[in-house]
Every structure is written in structure tokens, then in C-alpha cells.
Design a binder for this molecule. Structure first.
Ligand code: PMP
Length: 430
């Protein structure tokens, strides 16, 4: 971004602002803070909302009488799949409930596609000369790291207000058969907060791809994580894929990591019957079944879709003041300066802060000097490189309210300092 407001200032005015920011930063460093805004973790108070889980399950029998203590049931408890069928927009019969961490399900899916043959493929991805995934940016660093781990090339695609720039996506997948996938966080995206518009989802489902085995990795991690009274509804990707003649294209992922316990939740995989059979076929080689006791515990705790919604309302009560504070402090300290823009998410776990081009790394460094830990600049982009060096991901959920407010206020000092220094440098005055 450029700085319309500050570009109107004289060099003397800019120098005064820079000097004030330097003094504020020195004072900030002297406070000796130790604050962490790096990862999107639930706070202890959020985890407390699910404390009852530790006393569950009562008994060990599933609805159909299955003894959950035993082996088996690779697809996971049907009654748990029923609860998440609506929120994840996957028929329960096509939903798999697995162990904790959807990231591990995504990892395994990529590995199975490399070493097995996905429905519709002519060969294993490992036997392809080259494999590439499209990565809407800014995006989730662990998606990118997963691909890098397996030598999958990352191709950035810009994000708009409605999701990835579909003109770019359609052109790339139509001309390159080695593009096998795209990472999508379709609701309250990490980190931009963007939710995909209906037309974006339809185009993803309907676009011709040169690769017959192209997959949309639909990571709906924040499906029920609303921050407002008007929950965002996104279009149903699986149905749209089926209606457009590509039933096997979408792979839906989700989890209860930010619903119950982040480290002891349940993950979900939803797809066409062919994809589900493919995944379960491979999963059956690495496990004799998931942790059904944990499934049963989640069923008894959440009860049904309404119970899930009520539980998420309690999360929202804890999270809303934090997101409101971020918005209020950023507006008060940086609003109208032209030094930064930021997202005001309607759900999810992140705020994305865009500073002047070439400033993000320095802002993160200056914040670090003051004891405010931020996700490394660049992490939101493939290979850790943000070509404009402008995006900073803020994760407001974990710190206590007071700590969060101190950290965001401190961050704005760093933004002012780095930006005014840069503008003076650009003007040849430093
Ligand atoms: N996907 C997205 C988009 C995320 O933001 C996160 C957590 N930060 C995950 C997946 C990880 O989910 P899980 O705990 O289920 O592995």
C-alpha cells in the first residue's frame, strides 16, 4: 500500500512524527513486555468451556451398540458425523470422523495421493515429473510447509474480497496439467478473514482443469467460528462439483480443534463416495480405527447441531471483545494515517494487517525488540516470501484481554516508527 495521508506532510512534520515514534518505541522497549501474538490458539478460558469433556463419556456404547473401547469403525461414529454434516456441508455418509488434527488428515491425503493413485488419476503424483498447488495469498503457512516438505511447487494466487482471483485460477489450471490442487480456507480465511462468494465457489467447481486428478483442498477450519449475529453461509462445494460433472474434485476438511480442545479434538474429511472409499482404503493400512471414545465424548458433550451452535456462542462471547479491541486500537492509532489497512473479520481467528510496502519485516523485528512476538513476516506467503513485504498476521485469541491490548498498542508504535523512517528514507532524508 502507499501512504496518501502522510505523503501530504512536509519533511519537517514527518521528521517530528518519526522522532515521536522513536521515543514511544524506546519507552515500549523499557517496559520489558513479553507478549505473544504468533499462533491462533484458543485461550485457557476458551478451553475451560469444554472442561466437561474430561468427565465423559458416560458409558462406552455408541448409538448402534458399538463398544467404543474396541478396534474398528474406520469412518468414525455416525452420530458424530451427523452433528457435523450440516456445518461442513457434507452428507454424513460421505463424512469421515478421524483423530485429532485436520492438518494430519491433509498431510495424509497428500501422501496417499503421492504414493497411491487418486480417483481419476492416470498415475501416482510421485511419478509425475512435477507437481504444483495453487496458493491463494495471504494464506496458511502450514499448508505451504506441507507442500514444501514433499517438493510440491507453490504458485501464489491473489485473493480478492470474494476469495481467490478466479480469472487467474481458471487460466492456470486450464493450461498446466501439473497443477494438481489448490488450498482454500473458504470461510473466515486464515489470515484475511475473507469468505468465498457463491460465484467463486461455483467457478472452482465448474472450471475445466487440464489435470484429470485436480483437487480442491477445502479446509473449512472456521465453519462455525462466527463473530457476528449473521453467520456467513458459503456455497456447497461438494454439490456444485457433482452438478458440474467433477464429483471427485473437492476434499473437505474440518476439525473441533477450535471448538473443544485444540490438542484432543476430532478431525473430519468429506468428499465424494469414491474419494471416501479411496481414503478409507489407505487409512485402513495405518490404523485399525480412530479414537471412538473421543468421538462418543464429543457426541455427549455437543449433543446436536444446536448444541454445537450454542457452544460456539460461548466462544464468541470470549472472542468478540478481543477482536473489537484490536479494531478499536488500530483505528485509534493508525486510522486515517495511510500507514496501514487491516481486516475486520466476521469470524475465524485472525486479523490481517497490511503496512506500507517493504515494512512488514521491520515492524515484526521492532515489535520483537519490545517483547511482542508476531508471526514472522512472509509466513502468509509461499516459501515465506511476501514480495511486497507488507502483510502481518495478528492472532488475538490466546492472550488475556489486557495483554492483547498492550501488544496491539505496542504494535502500532512499531508501525509508525518503521513507516516514518521509510518515508524519510524514500525522501532521501536519513
Ligand atoms: N487449517 C487452518 C486454516 C488453520 O488455521 C488451522 C489452525 N491454525 C488448522 C487447519 C489446523 O487444524 P487442526 O488443529 O485440525 O490440525
Amino acid at each position: 500500500m502507499t501512504s496518501p495521508a502522510l505523503s501530504a506532510l512536509s519533511i519537517d512534520e514527518l521528521t517530528a512524527l518519526r522522532d515521536a515514534a522513536r521515543r514511544d518505541h524506546e519507552a515500549l522497549v523499557r517496559r520489558g513486555l513479553s507478549l505473544d501474538l504468533t499462533r491462533g490458539k484458543p485461550s485457557a478460558r476458551q478451553l475451560d468451556l469444554s472442561e466437561e469433556l474430561l468427565g465423559l463419556p458416560r458409558g462406552h456404547a455408541a448409538a448402534d451398540g458399538t463398544d467404543c473401547r474396541n478396534y474398528g469403525g474406520l469412518q468414525g461414529l455416525p452420530e458424530l458425523r451427523e452433528i457435523f454434516s450440516g456445518p461442513l456441508q457434507v452428507p454424513a455418509a460421505q463424512l469421515v470422523a478421524a483423530d485429532n488434527s485436520s492438518l494430519s488428515l491433509m498431510h495424509d491425503t497428500v501422501v496417499h495421493a503421492l504414493l497411491g493413485t487418486v480417483p481419476g488419476a492416470t498415475r501416482r503424483w510421485a511419478d509425475e515429473p512435477r507437481i504444483a498447488f495453487l496458493c491463494p495469498v495471504p494464506g496458511y503457512d502450514r499448508h505451504f510447509a506441507l507442500c514444501e516438505r514433499f517438493g510440491i511447487e507453490l504458485i501464489p494466487v491473489p485473493m480478492d474480497a470474494d476469495g481467490p482471483d478466479m480469472d487467474v485460477v481458471e487460466r492456470l489450471v486450464a493450461e498446466d496439467a501439473q497443477i494438481k490442487g489448490i488450498w482454500c480456507v473458504p470461510k473466515y480465511s486464515n489470515p484475511s478473514g475473507v469468505s468465498y462468494g457463491d460465484e467463486t465457489v461455483r467457478r472452482l467447481a465448474a472450471m475445466p482443469t487440464l489435470a484429470p486428478d485436480f483437487r480442491v483442498f477445502w479446509d473449512n477450519a472456521y465453519a462455525v467460528h462466527h463473530l457476528t449475529d449473521t453467520p456467513v453461509e458459503i456455497a456447497d462445494i461438494l454439490t456444485l462439483c457433482a452438478e458440474n460433472g467433477s464429483p471427485d474434485r473437492a476434499l473437505v476438511f474440518g476439525s473441533t480443534s477450535k471448538i473443544t480442545f485444540a490438542g484432543s479434538g476430532v478431525s473430519f474429511f468429506g468428499a465424494s463416495p469414491a474419494n471416501v472409499a479411496w481414503l478409507i482404503g489407505h487409512t485402513g493400512k495405518r490404523t485399525i480405527g480412530p479414537d471412538k471414545i473421543n468421538h462418543l465424548r464429543h457426541v455427549q458433550f455437543l449433543r446436536d447441531e444446536a448444541g454445537l451452535a450454542e457452544h460456539m456462542r460461548r466462544h464468541r462471547e470470549l472472542l468478540r471483545p478481543k477482536f473489537d479491541a484490536v479494531e478499536a486500537i488500530l483505528s485509534k492509532e493508525l486510522g486515517g494515517t495511510g500507514l496501514a489497512t487491516w481486516s475486520t473479520p466476521a469470524g475465524g481467528y485472525f486479523v490481517s494487517l497490511d503496512v506500507l510496502d517493504g515494512c512488514a519485516r521491520d515492524v515484526v523485528m521492532r515489535a520483537g525488540e519490545a517483547g511482542i512476538a508476531l508471526t514472522p513476516a512472509g509466513a502468509t506467503h509461499p516459501y515465506g516470501t511476501d514480495p511486497r513485504d507488507s502483510t502481518i498476521r495478528i492472532a488475538p485469541t490466546y492472550p488475556e484481554q489486557e495483554e492483547l491490548e498492550a501488544a496491539i498498542a505496542g504494535l502500532t508504535v512499531c508501525v509508525r516508527l518503521v513507516a516514518t523512517e521509510k518515508l524519510l528514507r524514500d525522501a532521501g532524508r536519513v
